[in-house]
Design a protein around this ligand. Structure first.
Ligand SMILES: *Cc1c(COP(=O)(O)O)cnc(C)c1O
Length: 236
Protein backbone atom coordinates (compact mmCIF):
# COMPACT_ATOMS: atom_id res chain seq x y z
CA UNK A 1 0.00 0.00 0.00
CA UNK A 2 1.13 3.55 -0.68
CA UNK A 3 2.82 4.91 2.44
CA UNK A 4 0.99 8.24 2.37
CA UNK A 5 -2.35 6.51 2.07
CA UNK A 6 -1.43 4.10 4.84
CA UNK A 7 -0.55 6.90 7.27
CA UNK A 8 -3.66 8.88 6.39
CA UNK A 9 -5.79 5.78 6.90
CA UNK A 10 -4.23 5.18 10.31
CA UNK A 11 -4.92 8.81 11.22
CA UNK A 12 -8.60 8.42 10.28
CA UNK A 13 -8.83 5.19 12.28
CA UNK A 14 -7.21 6.81 15.28
CA UNK A 15 -9.58 9.77 15.13
CA UNK A 16 -12.44 7.27 15.12
CA UNK A 17 -11.05 5.43 18.14
CA UNK A 18 -10.60 8.70 20.05
CA UNK A 19 -14.19 9.66 19.24
CA UNK A 20 -15.40 6.24 20.35
CA UNK A 21 -13.60 6.45 23.71
CA UNK A 22 -14.83 9.99 24.25
CA UNK A 23 -18.40 8.75 23.75
CA UNK A 24 -17.94 5.67 25.89
CA UNK A 25 -16.57 7.70 28.79
CA UNK A 26 -18.92 10.61 28.14
CA UNK A 27 -16.23 13.24 28.19
CA UNK A 28 -17.42 16.79 27.68
CA UNK A 29 -14.68 17.86 25.33
CA UNK A 30 -12.92 15.78 22.69
CA UNK A 31 -9.17 15.74 23.43
CA UNK A 32 -6.79 17.20 20.86
CA UNK A 33 -4.42 14.88 19.07
CA UNK A 34 -0.73 15.70 18.89
CA UNK A 35 0.96 13.56 16.24
CA UNK A 36 4.34 12.53 17.66
CA UNK A 37 6.61 12.40 14.62
CA UNK A 38 9.96 11.50 16.18
CA UNK A 39 12.00 9.05 14.06
CA UNK A 40 9.80 9.89 11.05
CA UNK A 41 10.74 11.95 8.03
CA UNK A 42 9.22 14.94 6.32
CA UNK A 43 7.31 12.91 3.72
CA UNK A 44 5.49 11.01 6.45
CA UNK A 45 4.80 14.21 8.37
CA UNK A 46 3.51 15.86 5.17
CA UNK A 47 1.03 13.00 4.75
CA UNK A 48 -0.38 13.80 8.18
CA UNK A 49 -0.54 17.53 7.55
CA UNK A 50 -2.25 16.99 4.20
CA UNK A 51 -4.89 15.00 6.08
CA UNK A 52 -5.51 17.94 8.41
CA UNK A 53 -3.26 17.01 11.34
CA UNK A 54 -1.71 20.37 12.27
CA UNK A 55 -0.36 19.69 15.76
CA UNK A 56 3.05 18.06 15.69
CA UNK A 57 5.12 16.78 18.63
CA UNK A 58 8.84 16.06 18.80
CA UNK A 59 10.83 14.92 21.79
CA UNK A 60 14.37 15.93 20.87
CA UNK A 61 15.65 19.39 19.98
CA UNK A 62 18.24 18.10 17.49
CA UNK A 63 15.54 16.33 15.55
CA UNK A 64 12.95 19.06 15.89
CA UNK A 65 15.00 21.99 14.53
CA UNK A 66 15.69 20.73 10.99
CA UNK A 67 12.09 19.55 10.63
CA UNK A 68 10.82 22.88 11.87
CA UNK A 69 12.97 24.74 9.35
CA UNK A 70 11.32 22.80 6.53
CA UNK A 71 7.78 22.79 7.87
CA UNK A 72 7.54 26.45 8.83
CA UNK A 73 7.25 27.40 5.14
CA UNK A 74 3.98 25.48 4.82
CA UNK A 75 0.79 27.51 4.50
CA UNK A 76 -1.07 25.67 7.29
CA UNK A 77 -1.15 27.07 10.80
CA UNK A 78 1.00 24.33 12.31
CA UNK A 79 1.53 24.03 16.05
CA UNK A 80 4.75 22.56 17.39
CA UNK A 81 4.95 20.77 20.72
CA UNK A 82 8.13 19.86 22.53
CA UNK A 83 7.28 16.80 24.58
CA UNK A 84 10.60 15.28 25.67
CA UNK A 85 13.09 16.13 28.38
CA UNK A 86 14.73 19.45 27.55
CA UNK A 87 18.31 20.33 28.40
CA UNK A 88 18.87 23.88 29.53
CA UNK A 89 21.61 24.55 26.98
CA UNK A 90 19.11 23.80 24.17
CA UNK A 91 16.42 26.20 25.32
CA UNK A 92 17.65 29.14 23.26
CA UNK A 93 17.33 27.09 20.05
CA UNK A 94 13.63 26.40 20.51
CA UNK A 95 12.17 29.20 22.59
CA UNK A 96 10.81 31.16 19.61
CA UNK A 97 9.75 28.04 17.66
CA UNK A 98 7.50 25.98 19.90
CA UNK A 99 3.86 26.57 20.76
CA UNK A 100 3.81 24.46 23.91
CA UNK A 101 6.48 22.80 26.03
CA UNK A 102 5.05 19.73 27.77
CA UNK A 103 8.13 18.78 29.73
CA UNK A 104 8.91 21.48 32.26
CA UNK A 105 10.38 19.16 34.87
CA UNK A 106 12.66 21.24 37.09
CA UNK A 107 12.84 24.72 38.57
CA UNK A 108 16.26 25.28 37.02
CA UNK A 109 14.76 24.60 33.61
CA UNK A 110 11.89 26.98 34.44
CA UNK A 111 14.43 29.69 35.25
CA UNK A 112 16.23 29.20 31.93
CA UNK A 113 12.98 29.08 29.94
CA UNK A 114 11.83 32.25 31.64
CA UNK A 115 14.97 34.22 30.92
CA UNK A 116 15.27 33.03 27.31
CA UNK A 117 11.58 33.81 26.72
CA UNK A 118 12.18 37.28 28.17
CA UNK A 119 15.15 37.74 25.85
CA UNK A 120 12.92 37.24 22.80
CA UNK A 121 10.05 39.18 24.32
CA UNK A 122 7.64 36.25 24.55
CA UNK A 123 5.50 34.55 27.11
CA UNK A 124 6.10 30.86 26.70
CA UNK A 125 3.27 28.33 27.19
CA UNK A 126 4.38 25.39 29.34
CA UNK A 127 3.00 22.31 31.07
CA UNK A 128 4.41 20.98 34.32
CA UNK A 129 5.51 17.38 33.99
CA UNK A 130 4.82 15.16 36.99
CA UNK A 131 6.31 11.75 37.63
CA UNK A 132 3.07 9.82 38.06
CA UNK A 133 4.39 6.36 37.29
CA UNK A 134 6.87 6.40 40.18
CA UNK A 135 9.60 5.02 37.96
CA UNK A 136 13.08 6.14 38.89
CA UNK A 137 14.16 7.03 35.39
CA UNK A 138 11.12 9.14 34.52
CA UNK A 139 11.50 12.88 34.57
CA UNK A 140 9.11 15.13 36.36
CA UNK A 141 8.18 16.67 39.68
CA UNK A 142 6.78 14.63 42.53
CA UNK A 143 3.06 15.12 43.09
CA UNK A 144 3.46 16.40 46.65
CA UNK A 145 5.85 19.15 45.53
CA UNK A 146 3.21 21.06 43.60
CA UNK A 147 2.53 23.84 46.07
CA UNK A 148 6.09 25.09 46.29
CA UNK A 149 6.58 24.71 42.53
CA UNK A 150 3.55 26.88 41.80
CA UNK A 151 4.80 29.44 44.27
CA UNK A 152 8.19 29.59 42.56
CA UNK A 153 6.73 29.64 39.07
CA UNK A 154 4.49 32.59 39.89
CA UNK A 155 7.69 34.66 39.96
CA UNK A 156 8.50 33.87 36.33
CA UNK A 157 6.69 36.51 34.30
CA UNK A 158 7.59 35.04 30.90
CA UNK A 159 6.16 31.59 31.53
CA UNK A 160 2.50 30.86 30.94
CA UNK A 161 1.47 27.75 32.86
CA UNK A 162 -1.23 26.01 30.84
CA UNK A 163 -1.60 22.70 32.66
CA UNK A 164 0.00 19.37 33.51
CA UNK A 165 1.64 16.47 31.70
CA UNK A 166 2.37 12.91 32.77
CA UNK A 167 3.30 9.48 31.46
CA UNK A 168 2.24 6.08 32.70
CA UNK A 169 4.56 3.12 33.20
CA UNK A 170 5.07 1.14 30.02
CA UNK A 171 3.95 -2.12 31.57
CA UNK A 172 0.95 -0.83 33.52
CA UNK A 173 -2.30 -2.75 33.08
CA UNK A 174 -5.72 -1.16 32.57
CA UNK A 175 -6.48 -0.60 36.26
CA UNK A 176 -3.02 0.73 37.00
CA UNK A 177 -3.34 3.13 34.04
CA UNK A 178 -6.64 4.44 35.40
CA UNK A 179 -5.09 4.94 38.84
CA UNK A 180 -2.02 6.66 37.38
CA UNK A 181 -3.93 9.08 35.16
CA UNK A 182 -6.47 9.80 37.90
CA UNK A 183 -3.67 10.99 40.16
CA UNK A 184 -2.69 13.62 37.60
CA UNK A 185 -6.32 14.57 36.93
CA UNK A 186 -6.96 14.99 40.67
CA UNK A 187 -3.93 17.24 41.02
CA UNK A 188 -5.07 19.26 38.01
CA UNK A 189 -8.57 19.68 39.47
CA UNK A 190 -7.23 20.62 42.85
CA UNK A 191 -4.87 23.24 41.40
CA UNK A 192 -7.77 24.71 39.42
CA UNK A 193 -9.91 24.80 42.55
CA UNK A 194 -7.44 25.93 45.20
CA UNK A 195 -4.38 27.54 43.62
CA UNK A 196 -5.90 30.31 41.53
CA UNK A 197 -3.74 32.92 43.21
CA UNK A 198 -0.62 31.35 41.69
CA UNK A 199 -2.09 31.23 38.18
CA UNK A 200 -2.44 34.01 35.65
CA UNK A 201 -5.86 35.43 34.79
CA UNK A 202 -7.35 33.62 37.78
CA UNK A 203 -6.45 30.25 36.28
CA UNK A 204 -8.42 30.83 33.09
CA UNK A 205 -5.56 29.61 30.86
CA UNK A 206 -4.78 26.61 33.05
CA UNK A 207 -6.80 24.11 31.08
CA UNK A 208 -4.62 21.35 29.63
CA UNK A 209 -4.04 17.81 30.80
CA UNK A 210 -1.53 16.14 28.47
CA UNK A 211 -1.62 12.38 28.98
CA UNK A 212 -2.14 9.28 26.86
CA UNK A 213 0.05 7.67 24.17
CA UNK A 214 -0.50 4.89 21.64
CA UNK A 215 -1.02 2.13 24.14
CA UNK A 216 -2.89 4.00 26.86
CA UNK A 217 -4.89 6.82 25.26
CA UNK A 218 -8.23 5.18 26.08
CA UNK A 219 -7.52 5.24 29.81
CA UNK A 220 -6.22 8.81 29.50
CA UNK A 221 -9.47 9.85 27.82
CA UNK A 222 -11.44 8.11 30.57
CA UNK A 223 -9.51 10.23 33.08
CA UNK A 224 -10.10 13.55 31.34
CA UNK A 225 -7.08 14.11 29.09
CA UNK A 226 -7.36 17.24 26.93
CA UNK A 227 -4.26 16.45 24.84
CA UNK A 228 -3.16 13.03 23.58
CA UNK A 229 0.43 12.53 22.37
CA UNK A 230 0.37 9.66 19.90
CA UNK A 231 3.19 8.45 17.69
CA UNK A 232 3.85 4.80 16.91
CA UNK A 233 0.27 3.77 16.18
CA UNK A 234 0.10 6.39 13.40
CA UNK A 235 3.10 4.90 11.65
CA UNK A 236 2.60 1.16 12.11
C1 LIG B 1 7.31 9.08 21.93
C2 LIG B 1 6.49 9.84 22.92
C3 LIG B 1 5.09 9.79 22.87
C4 LIG B 1 4.32 8.92 21.87
O1 LIG B 1 4.46 7.58 22.22
P1 LIG B 1 3.84 6.43 21.27
O2 LIG B 1 3.88 5.25 22.14
O3 LIG B 1 4.74 6.35 20.09
O4 LIG B 1 2.46 6.86 20.93
C5 LIG B 1 4.38 10.54 23.79
N1 LIG B 1 5.01 11.30 24.70
C6 LIG B 1 6.36 11.38 24.78
C7 LIG B 1 6.97 12.24 25.83
C8 LIG B 1 7.14 10.66 23.89
O5 LIG B 1 8.48 10.73 23.95
Amino acid sequence: MDRRFQIQTRLQELRGLIQESAERYQVKQLPRLIAVTKHHGLDEIAALIDAGQYEIGENRVQEFIPKYEELKARPEDLKFHLIGHLQRNKVRMIVDKVDLIHSLDSLRLAETLNSEAAAVGQRLPVLLQFNISHEEQKHGFELDEYQEILEELAEFDNLDLRGLMGMAAFDADHDELLRTFSRLRDLYESIRAHCKSYLRRGGEGFSELSMGMSRDFREAIACGATILRIGSSLFE
